[in-house]
Design a protein around this ligand. Structure first.
Ligand code: GRF
Length: 195
C-alpha cells in the first residue's frame, strides 16, 4: 500500500513525521510506503522527509500536476498534513473516500476557511469550550467539511493559552492520524482487497 502525505510550504511536518515513522516501524496491518509531496523545496517538512529516506516530490504546479503525481506513484491513500489550500476538484473526485485531513479541533466546531494554527485554539478558548481535541476527516471540496473518521478529545484547562492548548492537541494529532490510517486500512483497503 502507498500513502502520499501532502505538506504545506511552512509546516513543521510533525504529522508527516508521525505517519512516516509508523510506516517505517511496520505499525500498520499491511506494509505501507510513504511518498511526501510539498509545494516548495524549502518546506521544512520536505527536508525532514528526505532525512527519513522517503521519496519527496515537489511539482512545478502543485494544483495542476497533483492528480498526475498521485497516479504516477500508485497512491492508495492521501493524507493532508499541514497543507492549507483547497484540493482541486478533480483530485477530490478521483480520491473520494481515499483522502484524509487532520484539523486541530473537534469539528464541526472551529473549522472552515481561515481557521488554522493558533486561531483555532484561540477560538476554542474564546468560546469557553471545556473540551477540545483533533479530528481526522475525509476531504471534500470545502474546508473541514468532509465526514469525520476519528476524533480524540482532551480537556481545556482553566489556565490554558492558545500555545499550551496547541501543544496538548498536537500530541493527540500524531496519535489520531496513525490510528485513523490504521482504521482506514482495515475498513477500506483490506476489505476491498478481500472481495
Ligand atoms: C496541524 O495542527 C494540523 O492539524 C493542521 O496543520 C498543522 C500541521 O502541523 N492541519 P505539522 O506540520 O504536522 O506539525
Amino acid at each position: 500500500m502507498r500513502i502520499a502525505v501532502i505538506v504545506g510550504a511552512k509546516g513543521r511536518g510533525s504529522n508527516m513525521r508521525a505517519i512516516v515513522e509508523a510506516c517505517q516501524g511496520g505499525r500498520f496491518p499491511t506494509p505501507v510506503e510513504a511518498v511526501v509531496i510539498g509545494p516548495s523545496e524549502d518546506a521544512p517538512a520536505l527536508r525532514t522527509a528526505a532525512s527519513f529516506g522517503v521519496t519527496t516530490v515537489v511539482p512545478d504546479d502543485m494544483e495542476g500536476e497533483l492528480l498526475g503525481v498521485l497516479q504516477a506513484h500508485n497512491i492508495d491513500l492521501v493524507c493532508l498534513a499541514g497543507y492549507m489550500r483547497l484540493i482541486p476538484k478533480d483530485v477530490v473526485a478521483a480520491f473520494d473516500g481515499r483522502m484524509l485531513n487532520i484539523h486541530p479541533a473537534l469539528l464541526p466546531k472551529h473549522g472552515g476557511k481561515g481557521m488554522w494554527g493558533m486561531r483555532v485554539h484561540q477560538a476554542v478558548l474564546d468560546a469557553g469550550d471545556k473540551t477540545s481535541g483533533c479530528t481526522v476527516h475525509y476531504v471534500s471540496e470545502r474546508y473541514d467539511e468532509g465526514d469525520v473518521l476519528l476524533q480524540i478529545a482532551c480537556d481545556v484547562l482553566p489556565d490554558d493559552t492558545p500555545e499550551t492548548l496547541a501543544a496538548r492537541v498536537l500530541e493527540l494529532e500524531h496519535e489520531a492520524y496513525v490510528l485513523a490510517i490504521h482504521l482506514w486500512i482495515e475498513r477500506v483497503y483490506i476489505r476491498k482487497a478481500s472481495t
